[in-house]
Design a protein around this ligand. Structure first.
Ligand code: R5P
Length: 351
């Protein structure tokens, strides 16, 4: 692999563990002013130091991201349809490689729509984008979009989409978590990154992150479950603790609750009432068994960058009190199954 390509991937997926925390803030490209992302600068500024990379459009980079803060940019370069339009799968490449380089993007991202009306277009566009990006050592992240059909999020469909994206030359693939996610990861020869999807209770979003990593994902590209939370900084720090410090679900939820006491709620600069986070989990999930400190599995056949990590702020360095450190030899338990949320119509399309 070319040095530049490796170096850019290493800025997104850290070479020490091949993992990364990507903050997704590109939703406006088809959703307009999404809730809690109405003023992108306000949403991004407090969170950017806790992510490894930022997934964003060129319009928001230029208007709302501080160029003096060295966060790797994963630039969304596809679009062309809106949530009120006829067909979300009708996307083209809308940002040139030249402009991506001018922005100093570390990777390009585009959506593919396998099985949709414009499947052919999106796949040919992916092939062409990889052809061009490869010339400049720019990695491509293929986003396996499902349009409004969230029910497509099962292992059979997502394995198909991810594998096709990798076969077309995508260097990384973004998809959804689902039951039997190990199957999606093991049949995709490039790193798989998991999207958060529509907002769910915090503990469930942390479970989704934990289960994804344990199934072999290289990280998350999470948006709404971070910045639509009343506790965005505690959420991103907790997600980070799973991905980079191998926290298990109990440990990380303890950490999250502790962090909630340290940060003002939402944008109104007040302490959370009762100092407790949102615990509105569905009843049937309250009693689910919790995993017991398994070690997240590493995917053997992913291309792993080998450079040293760039200096990154480590938001938390302490393990929760009274918790044993994770052991390499502990047996892995089956990941908790995630209850898929029923999104509101305006949130339907997620990629
Ligand atoms: C969709 O518009 C984007 O590609 C998002 O980056 C992606 O859906 C991840 O964001 P979220 O975690 O909110 O689903």
């Amino acid at each position: 692999m070319d040095w530049g390509l490796k170096n850019r991937i290493a800025s997104i997926l850290k070479p020490n563990n091949g993992r990364g925390v990507m903050l997704a803030v590109d939703h406006g490209y088809f959703l307009g002013p999404t809730e809690k992302l109405e003023v992108p600068k306000k949403t991004i500024a407090p969170l950017v130091k806790y992510c490894d990379s930022l997934m964003v459009t060129r319009g928001v980079v230029r208007t709302s991201v501080d160029p003096n803060f060295p966060v790797p940019i994963v630039l969304r370069v596809s679009g062309g349809s809106s949530i009120i339009g006829e067909d979300l799968s009708n996307e083209e490449i809308t940002t040139s490689i030249k402009d991506a380089i001018r922005i100093n993007a570390s990777a390009l991202a585009m959506s593919i729509f396998v099985g949709a009306k414009y499947e052919h277009n999106s796949l040919v566009n992916l092939g062409n984008l990889v052809n061009e990006a490869q010339e400049y050592g720019l990695p491509v992240l293929a986003v396996t979009a499902v349009g409004k059909e969230l029910e497509k999020r099962d292992a059979r469909y997502l394995s198909l989409s991810c594998r096709i994206a990798a076969e077309f030359g995508a260097h990384m693939v973004k998809t959804y978590y689902c039951e039997n996610f190990e199957k999606v990861v093991s049949s995709c020869p490039v790193p798989v990154i998991v999207a958060g999807g529509p907002k769910i209770p915090e503990r469930d979003a942390l479970a989704l992150t934990y289960n994804s990593i344990r199934a072999g994902a290289a990280g998350v590209d999470m948006g709404r479950n971070i910045w639509q939370s009343q506790y965005p900084i505690p959420m991103i720090r907790a997600v980070r603790a799973i991905i980079h410090s191998n926290y298990d679900l109990n440990q990380v939820y303890d950490l999250f609750q502790k962090l909630c006491k340290e940060y003002p709620i939402g944008n109104n600069n007040q302490r959370p009432s009762g100092n407790t986070p949102n615990q509105n989990r569905p009843q049937n999930q309250q009693s689910q068994p919790r995993p017991n400190q398994p070690k997240p599995s590493q995917k053997p056949n992913q291309q792993r960058p080998s450079q040293k990590p760039q200096p990154q702020e480590q938001p938390q360095k302490q393990k929760p009190q009274g918790q044993k450190p994770q052991s390499q030899k502990q047996p892995q338990k089956k990941p908790q199954q995630q209850k898929q949320p029923q999104p509101a119509a305006a949130q339907a399309k997620t990629q």
